[in-house]
Design a protein around this ligand. Structure first.
Ligand code: URA
Length: 305
């Protein structure tokens, strides 16, 4: 089995080949589609089906209340795990790159712009969308069909964040439009949210080949876009869908079970974590716990928790 470093090197080679910068080389070998989301870790107990669309409290979200500034207390350590900490892909430097990627940058093998976070502070959402559409900060830009920026109401007080686009999303440029997306719509409706009234985005704006998990370089390269997006939307609550999204936002190596407990903060915004809909498709036994999560989320959103 290939190591993480080996996979990164392959992705770089593929990226360079796609840009005509390298003739030949080892082409990326997809290891077959990996299901998105975390491995089921449920109780195995009987779970009622997630209420059908339209069940629960219908109607629009509660009237907007006071929105906490996005510049509030920061409790995450970093979006992609503690910088400088030893990790599966090697120690990261302050820009979030491993030694491997750093030496590739120095050797000119990687998009040089990837080292410096872009200054996005003057961009509004449409400007940011355009910036994302031309992004080449990581090798996923070479394999994407289109970027997937986000969808829904940018004035929403709640934002749902998944992991990364899948095949359908990559084709359509819209998050959560495949099977997992249909289930997400039902999860939203079950607690009285309409998809058009919330905002939906992902940790990554580009699809990882074969739907593998985002790696740390990709997460770090994409994070400034999500951070600016959330700064502009200023939601009161974020719901992270699955372990990967939860860990990317909260910088934690914590298991999903722990992340699902209570509320957390990302740049001052309250964060709750629940299962990724794809995990619920794989293991319907998890739906009961997901339903409890969604009810708790709704209470926090309503300010009645
Ligand atoms: N899974 C995700 O995490 N995001 C999508 O947009 C689709 C599937």
């Amino acid at each position: 089995m290939k190591t993480a470093d080996g996979r990164i090197r392959d992705a770089m080679r593929r990226y360079l080949i796609s840009r005509g910068a390298l003739a030949g080389g080892v082409l990326y070998r997809a290891r077959g589609p990996l299901p998105r989301g975390e491995a089921p870790d449920g109780t195995g107990s009987r779970a009622p089906a997630m209420p059908a669309a339209g069940a629960g409290d219908p109607g629009e979200p509660a009237a907007p209340g006071v929105r906490p500034a996005a510049t509030g207390t920061v409790v995450r350590t970093s979006p992609a795990g503690p910088r400088g900490a030893a990790c599966a892909h090697g120690a990261q430097d302050r820009a979030g790159f491993t030694r491997d990627t750093r030496s590739s940058l120095q050797a000119g093998l990687f998009e040089p712009g990837a080292a410096a976070p872009p200054d996005l502070s003057a961009l509004d959402l449409e400007g940011l969308r355009a910036e994302v559409a031309r992004c080449t900060r990581c090798p996923l830009s070479a394999t994407r069909t289109t970027t997937v920026f986000g969808d829904g109401d940018p004035r929403s007080r709640i934002v749902f964040i998944g992991e990364a686009p899948g095949r359908e999303e990559d084709l359509q440029g819209v998050p959560f439009v495949g099977r997992a997306g249909k289930l997400l719509d039902k999860m939203l409706a079950a607690v009285g949210f309409d998809r058009s009234g919330v905002y939906i985005a992902n940790i990554l704006k580009c699809r990882p080949p074969g739907n593998r998990d985002p790696n740390e370089e990709e997460t770090a390269a994409c994070e400034p876009y999500l951070a600016r997006q959330l700064e502009l939307i200023e939601p009161a609550v974020i719901c992270a869908l699955g372990r990967v999204a939860g860990q990317a936002l909260l910088g934690a190596g914590a298991p999903l079970k722990t992340l699902r407990e209570g509320t957390h903060r990302y740049n001052g915004i309250r964060v709750m974590v629940t299962y990724h809909p794809a995990a619920l498709l794989r293991n319907p036994n998890l739906k009961r716990d997901a339903w409890e999560d969604m009810k708790a989320l709704r209470k926090v959103y309503d300010g009645t928790a």
